[in-house]
Design a protein around this ligand. Structure first.
Ligand SMILES: Cc1ncc(COP(=O)(O)O)c(C=O)c1O
Length: 376
């Protein structure tokens, strides 16, 4: 390798270490999971796995990989029928499968809003939305998190076609977007609403259809992004939209056009996980019980900065990269796996322990976690 390139790489790594935000891969086993996005435990569910295996056997696995982009050799009847199924399930006119939630947000935001258009986004939206906006040609402006007054100001002062982008459940704070009010503002100012449902899919709404379905706002959205790598226990994503927008994306969405399509086993996992959702009501109820139990444990701890949230994502602010890392380590020493979220993933001063509650966690585990946190 060129010496100067190597020096550049080493310099950047040193900088991360000095700033205490060096990321590295780890494999941790044997601790109780309070950090994965497997909210319903579907990624580890034996019955679902057997169902997927049966689906693969019944449909005959001709190819291991999809062999190409959907526009070339990667399309098939199974993918098309899955899209119809997903459109119906989520109450959408149409649906376009895409390889990941990241690709969906990135592809949609870089393709649809055009030069002279305005994207107005909540300041806490996911990195994939930022990257999509950055690579597109529209103007983008943020509004303070969940601040409807600021959103309306931005809508009033923007020109061109207007898009509002939010997450229905925020990935780091776990709180909800006020979707009804946001949808009403979009209607008033003729703006298109785009909602990332990554952390709502599988958890909220009837049989896990998400917050938009729960609030019956399906017709108020230009597009919804539902992802399958979290509560669905699988991988991939779908953009729920009109037939016209689907065709637009097939023509202009670069991660869709220029990437090998999801393989059959991923499609089968997505289909089976959705069918399985019908029998997961108890799991959803259990999560909501655990959320209430968890929050109750901190009622008498005024020192603790727990971000208000009614979702399985419960974050405790511990400012400073070093502080939050130490806090996480102390919890891990009790056999409970939580992870620190450090700057620059979140803003400076907003570092936190991001706790994910799951249907497979027990009440005893949740009380133990809260007891350890309260003792720190
Ligand atoms: C809010 C949000 N949107 C999109 C994504 C990306 O989804 P995927 O993991 O399927 O690429 C994530 C994942 O971290 C997320 O939290």
């Amino acid at each position: 390798m060129s010496h100067s390139i190597q020096q550049y790489i080493q310099g950047k790594l040193k900088q991360r270490k000095e700033e205490n935000n060096f990321r590295s891969l780890r494999i941790v086993k044997g601790l109780i999971d309070f950090y994965s996005n497997d909210y319903l435990g579907l990624a580890r569910n034996i019955k679902l796995r057997q169902r997927i295996e049966l689906e693969l056997a019944v449909n005959g696995l001709e190819y291991i990989g999809s062999t190409g982009s959907r526009l070339l050799s990667g399309n098939n009847e199974y993918a098309e029928s899955l899209e119809k199924f997903l459109a119906e399930f989520y109450g959408s006119e149409s649906a376009l499968l895409i390889n990941s939630g990241f690709d969906a947000n990135y592809g949609l935001l870089s393709a649809l809003p055009y030069r002279g258009d305005a994207i107005i986004y909540d300041e806490l939206v996911h990195a994939s939305i930022h990257d999509g906006m950055r690579s597109g040609k529209a103007n983008s402006v943020s509004f303070a998190h969940n601040n409807l007054v600021e959103l309306e100001e931005r809508l009033t002062s923007s020109v061109g076609l207007k898009y509002v982008v939010v997450e229905s459940v925020y990935s780091m704070d776990g709180d909800f977007a006020p979707l009804k009010e946001i949808a009403a503002l979009c209607k008033k100012y003729d703006a298109g609403l785009i909602v990332d449902e990554a952390h709502a899919t599988g958890v909220f709404g009837k049989a896990g259809r998400g917050r938009i379905a729960e609030l019956q706002l399906e017709k108020n959205c230009v597009a919804r992004v539902n992802t399958f790598g979290k509560a669905m226990g699988a991988h991939g994503a779908v953009i729920l939209c009109s037939e016209d927008l689907k065709n637009f994306l097939i023509n202009y969405c670069r991660p869709f056009i220029f990437s090998t399509a999801l393989p059959f086993h991923s499609l089968a996992a997505i289909r089976c996980a959705h069918e399985y959702l019908q029998v997961t009501e108890e799991r959803r109820e259990k999560i909501f019980q655990l959320i209430a139990l968890f929050k109750k444990q901190f009622r008498h701890n005024p020192k603790l900065s727990l971000i208000e949230s009614s979702s399985p994502i419960q974050s405790i602010l511990v400012a400073g990269n070093e502080n939050v890392k130490q806090f996480a380590q102390q919890i891990q020493q009790s056999g409970l796996d939580v992870r620190p979220i450090v700057y620059p993933t979140v803003a400076k001063g907003k570092e936190r322990i991001r706790i994910c509650l799951h249907s497979f966690n027990t009440e005893e585990e949740v009380i133990k976690l809260a007891t350890v946190i309260n003792s720190l």
